[in-house]
Design a protein around this ligand. Structure first.
Ligand SMILES: [Zn+2]
Length: 168
């Protein structure tokens, strides 16, 4: 978000020069700069054998399935968000969380931090906010994610890694 007014006192912010960053909205009263703030969100592909955990959430995509995702909480490590979201949405535990890279959702100011993780334990027990949770063969996952650009990118990376290293 590009700040126009000070979120602390409501004063109109002025542009202050900040070297490499260029001009940044600044509150004189608080002597504080307010940088644009993308919202960090995790996406994780949970792998079990040759299958990946997919969710059906029609409010995100009508005709596509999605990976587990969620916003990073205040005072929360990103890796903890990954574990928490998988537990909340699917009722299972993961291990070996590996960073896959990042992506963004244009015009939504959302920074997507993407991971792959291995299934550790538990039976699928979906949350009320999820319509369905299922294991889908990774080789078939792309055909379930037609509208889901970020999800497809993640699956492609995973398939690519598998080709190069022999493991997901
Ligand atoms: Zn202020």
């Amino acid at each position: 978000m590009k700040f126009e007014f000070c979120p602390l006192c409501g004063e109109k912010l002025i542009d202050k020069y900040s070297w490499d960053e260029g001009y940044i909205p600044y509150c004189e009263k608080h002597d504080m700069m307010f940088f644009d703030t993308p919202k960090p969100c995790v996406v994780v592909a949970v792998i079990k054998g040759n299958e990946v955990l997919l969710l059906k959430q029609s409010y995100i995509f009508k005709n596509s399935k999605v990976l587990v995702s969620g916003y990073v909480g205040q005072n929360e490590k990103v890796e903890d968000t990954v574990e928490r979201e998988v537990r909340e949405e699917a009722g299972i535990e993961v291990e070996n969380i590996r960073y896959l890279g990042s992506d963004f959702i244009e015009n939504k100011e959302i920074l997507m931090i993407t991971y792959v993780a291995d299934y550790k334990s538990g039976e699928i027990k979906k949350s009320a906010e999820v319509e369905d949770v299922m294991w889908i063969p990774i080789n078939e996952a792309l055909s379930h994610m037609k509208e889901n650009r970020i999800g497809k990118n993640i699956i492609k990376k995973i398939l690519n890694n598998k080709q190069q290293t022999g493991t997901y």
